[in-house]
Design a protein around this ligand. Structure first.
Ligand code: NDP
Length: 433
């Protein structure tokens, strides 16, 4: 009753979980006795802090930063940092909660957290971004540590920003540790971390199709976003014999009816940190068209892969996808479907892979990066690709086991149940406090 409005997003996610697991809780008296659901409804800790930095003109800039530590029941807090003007506590509470469930599905020992700042990196110089990252860590370093809370990237935070932040942490604490993931290869980063979320989305899609005796070959996908997740999902989809029809950004979408080749996708990946790069400039080069102010969901496609941001598909977009022959939706982004869109996807009987399991590849590879840091080793790309595929396939199997073992399992329910049991068992084992 007293909750702040910003919590509504959290509560929506939480009530979805409750719906999926209520029968499990009612059967396990220990879960009721130790108040597992009541405890999961509150993040362990929410830290909020001011960030002060100087822009290139020498003017003082002030931003707000956050870290939501949701649960460390099965391992140290782990989750991304987001730099975007839309960042506020409510969305981070929801994402931290989702991260707890997601991390449990990787089978690796990681709890859930999320953080970031309301800083807009767009049109900021490299030097400004560096100073902001340093100022951010000057505050956040008090809350994190290699056995405590291990941040990673998310929207607006890629390898470059992780480098600046890791450097600042190292400077302040005089330690070189696995305190952050997504690091550069020269200082403890892992092969395939950059690719892992996007590749993992396609591995999950392949697992879903294989479960029905089908495969990707020749099918087409509308993909949104042109960032880390979107471009690597596109690359893997093209490598697997699929046709990538679209990519997009906040300005519009690129439509390539013949399919975007791997080589062009590589060029877009390479341009990621270039502030002057505009996706629309690719249209002429790749023989496609640019659609300003529009989203890719009205293009005829077999599969939709939303890989940009929250709430990017509404019910009308689902209707348009269905009308145009789309039968599968797999989420690379976190929470890209509005509540109404999710209902529409269910009502239309689409095959649906929710982000809470389909995009675990990034955090899974982060877990493997930590293993390498702890062992002071560097594993090969081939070994890591195998590990990633195994983790995704095992998560798929778990979702099928808990989501109804027919040709079209309820992956969301399966993911919620499987991850909840892992977290709840650990919490129960620790006793009540
Ligand atoms: P990036 O910052 O690399 O890319 C984000 C992309 O989405 C950009 O192309 C951006 O365009 C576009 N975008 C952002 N906001 C909007 C909008 N309102 N409308 C249309 N397009 C938009 O982020 P990531 O690729 O890392 O993350 C994308 C999603 O995947 C997020 O939901 C994130 O939480 C999720 N995710 C990321 C993981 C990772 O490992 N990176 C792991 C798991 C999930 P523009 O440049 O114009 O803003």
């Amino acid at each position: 009753g007293k909750r702040h409005a910003a919590d509504s997003m959290f509560l929506r996610g939480f009530s979805d979980l409750v719906e999926s697991v209520v029968d499990i809780v009612n059967q396990r008296t220990e879960y009721v006795e130790s108040g597992i659901l009541e405890r999961l409804a509150e993040p362990d800790r929410v830290v909020s802090f001011r960030i002060v930095w100087l822009d290139d003109a020498g003017e003082v800039q002030v931003n707000r930063g956050y870290r939501v530590q949701h649960s460390n029941a099965i391992g140290p807090y782990k989750g991304g940092l987001r730099f975007a003007p839309s960042v506020e506590e409510g969305i981070l509470r929801r994402l931290a909660f989702e991260q707890t469930l997601k991390n449990a599905l990787t089978g690796l020992p990681m709890g859930g957290a999320k953080g970031g700042a309301d800083f807009d990196p767009k049109d900021r110089s490299k030097a400004e971004i560096m100073r902001f990252c340093q100022a951010f860590i000057t505050e956040l370093h008090k809350e994190i540590g290699p056995h405590r809370d291990i941040p990673a990237g998310d929207i607006g935070v890629g390898e470059r920003e992780i480098g600046y932040m890791f450097g600042q942490y190292k400077r302040i604490t005089e330690t070189f540790s696995g305190v952050m993931t997504g690091k550069g290869l020269e200082f403890g980063g892992s092969c395939l971390r950059r690719e892992a979320t996007g590749f993992g989305v396609i591995y999950f899609l392949e697992a879903m199709l294989k479960h029905r005796g089908e495969a990707i070959d020749g099918r087409s996908a509308a993909i949104s976003g042109a960032g880390n997740v979107a471009t690597h999902a596109a690359k893997r989809f093209a490598q697997t014999g699929g046709k990538v029809l679209t990519l997009s950004d906040s300005r519009g979408f690129l439509h390539v009816p013949e399919g975007l080749s791997e080589e062009w996708i590589d060029q877009i990946v390479a341009a990621h940190d270039d502030p002057g790069f505009r996706l629309e400039t690719m249209a002429a080069k790749v023989g496609g068209s640019w659609h300003p102010g529009d989203t890719p969901w009205r293009v005829a496609c077999d599969i939709a892969l939303p890989c940009a941001t929250e709430n990017e598909i509404n019910a009308a977009a689902v209707a348009s996808l269905v009308d145009n022959g789309c039968t599968i939706v797999v989420e690379g982004a976190n929470l890209p479907l509005t509540t109404e869109a999710r209902e529409a996807v269910r009502a239309a009987g689409l095959l649906y892979g929710p982000g809470k399991v389909a995009n675990i590849g990034g955090v899974a590879m982060s877990g493997l990066e930590l293993s390498q840091n702890a062992a002071r080793l560097h594993w090969s790309e081939e070994d890591l690709a195998q590990d990633l595929r195994r983790i995704i396939e095992e998560a798929h199997t778990l979702c099928v086991a808990h989501g109804g073992d027919d040709k079209q399992p309820d992956y969301e329910r399966g993911a919620n149940r499987a991850s909840f049991i892992r977290v709840a068992e650990a919490m129960t084992a620790f006793g009540i406090l």
